[in-house]
Design a protein around this ligand. Structure first.
Ligand SMILES: [Zn+2]
Ligand SMILES: [Zn+2]
Length: 271
């Protein structure tokens, strides 16, 4: 009994994460075109028709832009909060709602707790996924965190969290000042340092793996994200850490009873 967690890709050009248990296949977010989703799932030997449902964090195009396509093309049900459903004009016949701090049950062996996070212009949520006594957190697009989020994520066996930008690169980079302010503000995205600080509060001896996601292609570098975060969590975390790139899937993490100890590198297995 284990749950696998595979990022199909994360970043400003699209996000989607596959959760797969023995009973269900769920996507968190669907920010890809139909063709891209089909291709990325195909690498895992899965067709879109096999997806039981899509759960959305928020309506921004890189997270929800492909949800309606999935409803129309493959009849996949979508579960989201009211603002997200309205902004994406989802098909009411194939849509279910959740509210903040609801526990969304999918099948008999998976549940997702929706925890609100600050992200300007959207009702964004992080998900804490529970499966056979263990938990994984999928957190992205937040300018800061709340005590509530820390409390729910603390001690998760797997944590995926964005490390969007390197503060020096953002400030010295090409973006106009107003955009720099928006990205680095309370409702923007987390810098590598902020992600490190957050992780230092939520990692415990139970935490086995971390994925850093949604790296900016202009204002970050994988080695900067990883080294900055490790600087903050060196003393509390001894597990696997990796970067989820825009073009996945590459790596699978596991939680749950009988979960493999290690993350699996798909690139070696499947390509
Ligand atoms: Zn967003
Ligand atoms: Zn995003």
């Amino acid at each position: 009994m284990s749950l696998s967690i595979t990022h199909l890709g994360t970043g400003s050009r699209g996000n989607s994460t596959l959760l797969e248990s023995s009973e269900v296949k769920v996507l968190i977010d669907q920010g890809f075109s139909g063709a891209q989703l089909e291709k990325r799932l195909g690498i895992l030997g899965i067709s879109p028709q096999e997806i039981d449902c899509i759960v959305l964090s928020h309506h921004h195009g890189d997270h929800g832009g492909g949800a309606r396509v999935a409803q129309n093309k493959w009849n996949i049900p979508v579960i989201a909060n009211e603002r997200t459903v309205q902004e994406l004009n989802l098909d009411p016949m194939k849509t279910q709602y959740f509210e903040s701090l609801d526990i969304v049950k999918v099948g008999s062996d998976l549940s997702l707790l929706a925890v609100p996070v600050p992200h300007a212009g959207a009702d964004n949520v992080a998900f804490v996924v529970s499966h056979s006594g263990e938990r994984a957190a999928i957190i992205t697009d937040l300018g800061s965190w709340t005590d509530e989020l820390v409390q729910h994520v603390r001690g998760c066996q797997h944590i995926s969290v964005e490390a969007n930008y390197d503060a020096n690169q953002l400030m010295s980079g090409p973006y106009p000042y107003s955009l720099k302010e928006r990205i680095s503000g309370r409702g923007g995205h987390l810098s590598n340092d902020q992600t490190g600080e957050f992780l230092s509060m939520v990692c415990t001896e139970k935490t086995r793996s971390i994925s850093l996601t949604h790296l900016s292609e202009k204002n970050n570098k994988p080695h900067l994200a990883e080294s900055t975060v490790l600087f903050h969590i060196d003393e509390v975390f001894g597990g696997d850490i990796n970067i989820s790139s825009q073009d996945g899937p590459e790596i699978t993490h596991f939680i749950g009873k009988d979960a493999p100890e290690k993350t699996q590198i798909l690139a070696e297995l499947n390509r």
